[in-house]
Ligand binder design. Structure first.
Ligand SMILES: *[C@@H]1O[C@H](CO)[C@@H](O)[C@H](O)[C@H]1NC(C)=O
Length: 284
């Protein structure tokens, strides 16, 4: 299940799909590797670029259905965000010996940029937003490999520290926006702790392996599921992905995603709050 399916909406078409959609039932701006801050040379559409695309949708929608109707659609819609993971992934790999104050400074930059984007979106008529916070980045098979974890069961600390700082600052920033911006409502799903618990206690959730990926090559099957960019790297695929929390080095299996989607939709605090997705949709 996806959020769209829970909400009885069609699966969201990608913004760049070369077919004309009216987008009144939603649109997906996500981009693989997309970060909050601009990153050179990774070819992804970062969050500011996604906002430019959103502005185009707002303009088109107003032309097609009129200002009043478009404003209704925009303020009733729920906007899903999952941001920061790629920023912290790059920071951790490029700044292996960052001090706590350098970490805090970087998190401040990500949250500062994110907050100004949210204010800008509010100005465009956005009212209901739902975040998945940053996951336990130091426990992805890819991170464990890149940062030389000595053992599959050991997560690497610096990315976990960044994620924890970010998640705390995100919760504060959203709470703050709610007090300042009339009608602004939000949800945060605690992806970090929900995923970490599945990694550490897989059997509690019907998994056998929370440490290595189902698909990939090398240590922890951390990379090259599908053969990598060139398609030529050797890799293995497990027999039953349902036994695994991780499908590849950085992405969870459908079974994991399905469990998490249920919590995003109808989880209660402290897992999902102050609203869950279902409540955001039901709020007029
Ligand atoms: C946004 O990020 C840039 C770096 O990409 C930084 O220089 C700037 O201070 C950040 N803005 C805020 C409001 O934190």
């Amino acid at each position: 299940m996806t959020a769209a399916q829970f909400a009885h909406l069609p699966l969201l078409p990608p913004y760049l799909e070369p077919i004309h959609h009216q987008f009144t039932k939603g649109v997906n701006f996500a981009s693989a590797g997309g970060a909050v801050l601009h990153q050179h040379n990774n070819g992804a559409m970062d969050l500011p670029t996604q906002v430019i695309h959103f502005k185009t949708v707002v303009k088109t929608l107003k032309q097609e259905i009129g200002d009043a109707e478009a404003e209704k659609v925009l303020s009733r819609a729920v906007y899903l965000f999952s941001n920061g993971g790629n920023d912290y992934f790059s920071f951790s790999t490029n700044n292996r010996n960052a001090t706590p104050s350098q970490q805090a400074q970087f998190v401040g930059m990500v949250i500062g940029n994110l907050t100004s984007i949210l204010k800008e979106l509010y100005g465009l008529g956005v009212r209901k937003i739902a975040f998945q916070n940053v996951g336990p980045l130091g426990c992805t098979p890819t991170m464990k490999f890149v940062l030389d974890s000595p053992h599959a069961s050991e997560c690497v600390e610096p990315p976990l520290a960044l994620a924890t700082l970010h998640n705390k600052a995100l919760a504060e920033a959203l709470k703050n926006l709610e007090t300042k911006l009339p009608g602004f409502k939000y949800s945060i799903f605690d992806y970090y702790h929900e995923l970490l618990d599945r990694i550490k206690n897989p059997s509690k959730y019907g998994f056998e392996n929370g440490e290595t990926a189902c698909c990939g090559g090398g240590k922890y099957r951390a990379f090259y599921c599908g053969g990598g960019g060139s398609g030529t790297h050797p890799f293995d695929v497990c027999k039953d992905p349902n036994e695994y929390v991780w499908f590849d080095g950085a992405h969870t299996t459908e079974k994991t995603n399905n469990q998490l989607a249920h919590l995003i939709w109808s989880g209660e605090p402290p897992v999902t709050g102050p609203y869950n997705l279902q409540q955001l949709f039901e709020h007029a």
